[in-house]
Write a protein that binds this ligand. Structure first.
Ligand SMILES: NC(=O)c1ccc[n+]([C@@H]2O[C@H](COP(=O)([O-])OP(=O)(O)OC[C@H]3O[C@@H](n4cnc5c(N)ncnc54)[C@H](OP(=O)(O)O)[C@@H]3O)[C@@H](O)[C@H]2O)c1
Length: 351
């Protein structure tokens, strides 16, 4: 028995990555891949890495009634401000939703006006949606009708910090997160800033005031420490195509050495299938280079005892653990499958 999946927004980068993963997944079948621009064109004409993989599959028009009649679960790989207008029709028809966009991530609907500049159209559905980070919300994801996958920068930031907050190891008043992320983060549509000659070789801060992911990171970290906290977070565009590295600068609440921190992280992440703790070797700290193509998140830390400060690191492939890989992980949990199903690929190297 396979589960029938549709992807809305399948011509984009996260949609394409979802197609790649679902094509290798033994227990699902992609029944529709929509693109308004490329409807009628072969999927492999846009996603050249999928040549001959998906047979003659073509992009289809976005026909919601057809999708609800054909699919059991839908991935929404669309820009911000779109899926809050679509999800209701899907769930009313009994179709479950894995949303890769930000529309169902924030618990408070008013935050959409503040951070995204639109009024949320479905606060009721928002209230029941679940933040799709399995390391924190696995049990709620299982039965959810709408799962909202985190942003890529948010995934790295939250996974770097979660155990430290849960165990009260750090001063929650002073957390600064720096994220470096590759160009695929910006999606397929080129803009002045993301067009290759403008973007190649950069190390460029962007959205240094009010990066949208701050809202979801603060929401999740506040839940973990039981206190409303605020963070400083600045993303940087770097020249890589894939990969995101979060470095969280924190101050320790006590004189904790590296082993104590390592033990805390091992307690929380020891059984997580996609978290690897990096501590030694010629490259001592996490680097996205060594997770590319996989759903792994590499976590590590550096401790300066004399200053009672630490740097906490998380490295991911933004299109995998930061988007489509995480979406497939959530889908597996929702469908009661082994959450590693279809995600066993190892990182490619060198990249
Ligand atoms: N890229 C990343 O690393 C990353 C990571 C985590 C989360 N995300 C989030 O995932 C979502 C998709 O990102 P992406 O990078 O895949 O973007 P993308 O490459 O720009 O793709 C967006 C897709 O949505 C479709 N689309 C656009 N407007 C639409 C509308 N009004 N109705 C239906 N379909 C529409 C587009 O195709 P047509 O216009 O042809 O229909 C395209 O297939 C975004 O919300 C993004 O914030 C991205």
């Amino acid at each position: 028995m396979t589960t029938r999946i549709a992807i809305i927004g399948a011509s984009g980068y996260t949609g394409g990555e979802a197609l790649r993963l679902l094509a290798m997944h033994p227990r699902v079948e992609v029944v529709a891949a929509t693109s308004r621009e490329y409807a009628g064109k072969p999927v492999a004409a846009i996603h050249l890495n999928l040549r001959s993989v998906l047979g003659t599959m073509k992009f289809s028009e976005l026909n919601m009634e057809k999708i609800v009649s054909e699919a059991e679960l839908v991935f929404l790989s669309v820009p911000a401000g779109v899926s809050h207008t679509m999800a209701r029709r899907l769930v009313e028809a009994g179709v479950r939703v894995v949303d890769l966009s930000p529309d169902f991530r924030l618990r408070d609907p008013r935050l959409y006006e503040e951070w995204y500049g639109f009024t949320h159209g479905d606060p009721e559905l928002l209230a029941e949606s679940v933040y799709g980070l399995p390391e924190i919300h696995r049990d709620e994801i299982r039965n959810a009708r709408v799962v909202a996958c985190p942003g890529c920068n948010a995934t790295a930031a939250i996974l770097a910090l979660a155990p430290a907050l849960r165990e009260g190891l750090i001063d929650v008043e002073h957390i600064a997160v720096d994220v470096k992320v590759g160009s695929s983060e910006a999606g397929r549509q080129p803009s002045q800033g993301s067009h290759h000659p403008e973007r190649a070789n950069v190390i460029r801060p962007y959205e240094a005031e009010g990066h949208r992911h701050v809202a979801e990171v603060e929401q999740e970290l506040s839940l973990l420490c039981g206190k409303r906290l605020q963070i400083a977070m600045v993303p940087h565009a770097v020249g890589n195509v894939r990969g995101a590295l979060a470095t969280a600068h924190v101050w320790l609440s006590d004189s904790l050495d590296e082993t104590t921190i390592w033990r805390a992280y091992a307690r929380h992440y020891g059984k997580e299938p996609f978290i690897r703790i990096v501590r030694s070797g010629p490259v001592k700290y996490p680097d996205p280079k060594y997770v590319i193509g996989s759903n792994f998140c590499d976590i590590g830390f550096a401790v300066e005892l004399s200053r009672r400060r630490a740097a906490l690191f998380a490295a991911i492939d933004n299109l995998m653990k930061g988007a489509a890989g995480q979406a497939v992980q959530c889908m597996n949990i929702m469908l009661g499958m082994d959450e590693r199903e279809g995600l066993n690929m190892l990182p490619i190297s060198p990249v």
